[in-house]
Design a protein around this ligand. Structure first.
Ligand SMILES: CC(C)(COP(=O)(O)OP(=O)(O)OC[C@H]1O[C@@H](n2cnc3c(N)ncnc32)[C@H](O)[C@@H]1OP(=O)(O)O)[C@@H](O)C(=O)NCCC(=O)NCCS
Length: 402
């Protein structure tokens, strides 16, 4: 049998507005957030017969309760997809949704699927980080990893230790930039098109409608951040201001083979070039995006200079700066997270990978001089993930060239 490799495209992506843990989604189920998004993707694409969806892959880090029971399948049933459409659950912690995309994309390229929904959810209010985990004692007793590796904020402090040039002043300045750019992106209407309002209810407050990202703190200044506590280490550098918070939210993307997209008349927002995941020492997990990007670039035959747009997850500002310093990119470079990042919007762990893709697709739409872009993120227990995308609207010019 011949098996031609097929091109994979990102058709569309949507997300819920993100919430603060114990905030707007305090009494909303995690699976209901996903259901809302699956329904919305189907609603936005009447050209797609729902029975043509070959898979629903949904990530969650904590897969119990309303995030358990094979959430891709349960959410598909609850969303009213035909019962013939299967689904499953995925976990790679923060890179859950990214892995849902790369895994289903691999299946599309291989020819097993034509169309898939891939996304993620994390209700960190209902499922605190580390809920119910039972790490094998050998991990620590045999010094397989440093004990600090199990608390993400500690790993961020470790990265500060490793790179003294990344000062708290720099991470705070980067956090202010993220808040400023996110506020501007909202004012310019760049974020809202992908947001799916979610009806909420609260025993105390009654019914409501979540339409915006609750964690945002527009107007934050470096002076506001300078005095914040450093919860992970006395006299440390990581604070609530230069880290992503504890958040609730969900994302979902529609992927297809290029052939199926053309056959069905589905739009193409991005073309998948390649992807890679890589491991690093768990106690400095935040440097993971460096080797995963190296690996992905090598596979694609590209260099960092070919990348005109970056969407880097901001779990911690120090992690973004470690990546940018490695490549000699200025922390104010306008190719980096131009619509703000997780420090402002929030980081509901397993959902964030598709938020990055949604924002990269927006960059592609807005600027046809961008040819290639990457989405990249660090992952707990010492990993990085990078996906390289190509802009279908590319106009043949080099971004920034005179
Ligand atoms: C850093 C962290 C511990 C802070 O948690 P928290 O203390 O509950 O955070 P809060 O939102 O209450 O903020 C703490 C304080 O900072 C203040 N603050 C936070 N962001 C601020 C900002 N941008 N400007 C001004 N003040 C700010 C808050 O108002 C609060 O002040 P208060 O103590 O006077 O009420 C938590 O957000 C965290 O663990 N983040 C990392 C999540 C993570 O590991 N994700 C996985 C990544 S791999």
């Amino acid at each position: 049998m011949t098996r031609p490799l097929r091109e994979v495209v990102f058709v569309d992506g949507v997300r819920t507005p993100f919430g603060k843990a114990k905030g707007q989604y305090a009494e909303t189920r995690a699976d209901d957030l996903v259901v809302k998004l699956i329904r919305e993707l189907v609603r936005r694409h009447p050209e797609l017969p729902p029975e043509r969806i070959d898979e629903v892959a949904i990530a969650a880090t904590t897969q119990t309760g309303d995030q358990g029971l094979t959430i891709g399948r349960t959410a598909a049933i609850l969303a009213g997809l035909p019962e013939s459409v299967p689904g499953y659950a995925i976990d790679r912690m923060c890179a859950g949704a990214m892995t849902a995309v790369t895994t289903t994309a691999g299946s599309i390229a291989f020819g097993a699927y034509d169309v898939a929904i891939a996304g993620g959810v994390e209700h960190m209010g209902r499922h605190p980080m580390g809920e119910g985990v039972d790490p094998n004692p050998r991990i620590v007793s045999e010094r397989l990893v440093d004990p600090s590796a199990l608390v993400m904020g500690n790993t961020a402090e470790n990265v500060h230790d490793r790179y003294p040039a990344i000062t708290k002043e720099r991470t705070d300045a980067y956090a202010v930039r993220s808040q400023d750019l996110a506020a501007k992106a909202y004012a310019d209407g760049k974020i809202q098109p992908a947001l799916v309002p979610v009806a909420t209810r609260s025993a105390e407050l009654g019914f409501g409608l979540a339409t915006t990202d609750e964690p945002m703190r527009p107007g934050t200044t470096v002076d506001d951040l300078a005095g914040l506590k450093t919860p992970f280490r006395p006299h440390g550098r990581v604070t609530a201001g230069n880290a992503a918070g504890i958040n609730d939210g969900a994302t979902a993307a529609l992927l297809a083979s290029e052939d199926a997209a053309n056959e069905l008349g589905l739009p193409i927002k991005m073309k998948l070039v390649t992807y890679a995941f890589a491991g690093v020492a768990p106690e400095v997990m935040a440097v993971g995006p460096i080797p995963s990007t190296e690996k992905a670039l090598a596979k694609a035959g590209l260099t960092i200079d070919d990348i005109d747009a970056f969407e880097i997850n901001e779990a911690f500002a120090v992690q973004v700066l470690a990546f940018l310093d490695h490549y000699g990119i200025d922390q104010n470079d306008d190719r980096v997270n131009p619509y703000g990042g997780a420090i402002a919007f929030g980081h509901p762990l397993a959902s964030s990978g598709v938020r990055l893709m949604i924002q990269l697709a927006r960059q592609f739409e807005e600027d046809p001089s961008i040819r290639y872009g990457i989405t990249t993120m660090c992952v707990g227990l010492g990993m990085g993930g990078t996906v390289i995308w190509e802009n279908p609207n590319w106009n043949g010019e080099k971004k920034g060239a005179a």
